[in-house]
Write a protein that binds this ligand. Structure first.
Ligand code: TRP
Length: 329
């Protein structure tokens, strides 16, 4: 069975866009593949979080993914820093990663513009660490968005370079992976574009009902249809897209018909959406809070994941050390 691996940034919270995109994909993948999902906390040090923020961020996102249904019995779910083997592979790979190619990485060029006072070496070698994450479990499928494709390409290059350098056929090639057309893009509530953290237009899974109400009631609309059966304007289409995910099919149908006959009242549409989004997120929000307050459960899940992940990582490191020529006397 092929191995799927993905790293999760421990910053921010999950919004509906994440839920119907990446999270749903993870939930399907864990049924079909040998999956590794981990929280990339080593990587997050490139932005110098405080210890409290680092710990809080890891715990929050860990609880959120578990609350969404990531299953520690099906997938190996772990925290990157529980795997010192990753740091060792990163060191070994960094000897065959060239400064020039690292400097040309798009994300590096963007990052140094964003944080000119903190251009640390970890930023430069970020893709090397990511390659170590991926190939330590010999993963071949890496579910990532467009912005991460170059990193997967670099992981592939480093894996192939290692194989050539030592004349072995050891690391398989990792490739970007997604379910393509099945990926639902959830728009933001500001009329256009997708829901995103940086766009500040998101409905978060942990949002209280009052926050959900405020956000949806404020969503951009237009002055309404003027002719029967006219094409649905983008901001309204966006509300329908969200409705399609959280509401009953006949509810959506009802509002589409009202739009087509020019009888729609956006206030009613929004009220319905508030109700259905709240109904959808409430059990998840409650579960997030339940998991967060259950330290012993979190510890158990993290330990279980670390054990499974280390078993695979230890094997790779042992073999890699031998291939490179580190041999016991
Ligand atoms: N760089 C990824 C991001 O910013 C996170 C990540 C770290 C990752 N290691 C990975 C993703 C390995 C896929 C595979 O989202």
């Amino acid at each position: 069975m092929e191995t799927v691996l993905s790293g999760i940034r421990p910053t921010g919270n999950l919004h509906l866009g994440n839920y119907f995109g990446a999270v749903k994909n993870f939930l399907r993948m864990q049924q079909e593949y040998n999956c590794y999902f981990f929280i990339a906390d080593y990587h997050s040090l490139t932005t110098h979080p405080t210890p409290a923020d680092l710990h809080g961020g890891v715990k929050q996102i860990f609880a959120e993914y578990l609350a969404c249904g990531l299953d520690p019995e099906k997938a190996t779910i772990y925290i990157q820093s529980d795997l010192p083997e990753v740091a060792e592979l990163y060191l070994l790979l960094s000897m065959n990663a060239y400064v020039g190619e690292l400097e040309r990485t798009v994300t590096f060029k963007e990052k140094i513009k964003k944080q000119p006072d903190n251009i640390n070496a970890g930023l430069l070698t970020y893709p090397v660490l990511q390659a170590a994450d991926i190939i330590i479990h010999k993963a071949t499928k890496v579910p990532v968005g467009k912005d991460q494709e170059q990193h997967v390409e670099m992981a592939r290059k480093f894996a192939n370079r290692f194989n050539h350098m030592y004349k072995v056929d050891y690391f398989p090639e990792p490739h970007p992976f997604n379910f393509g057309d099945n990926l639902v893009k959830i728009p933001g509530l500001d009329g256009s574009g997708k829901m995103g953290k940086s766009e500040g237009n998101g409905i978060y899974l942990y949002d209280e009902p009052s926050a959900i109400k405020k956000k949806i009631m404020r969503a951009v609309t237009d002055s309404g249809p003027t002719e029967p059966n006219q094409e649905v304007a983008e901001p309204i289409k966006n509300l329908f897209t969200i409705m399609e995910q959280v509401s009953a099919p006949d509810t959506l149908q009802y509002f589409k018909e009202k739009y087509a006959s020019c009888e729609i009242r956006y206030g009613d549409l929004k009220k319905q959406l508030v109700e259905d989004v709240t109904k959808f997120t409430t059990p998840i929000r409650e579960r997030i809070n339940e998991i967060k307050s259950d330290e012993s459960y979190l510890t158990k899940v993290a330990q279980m994941g670390a054990e499974k992940a280390r078993e695979s990582a230890r094997k790779t490191i042992k073999e890699v050390r031998e291939i490179i020529g580190f041999k016991p006397f």
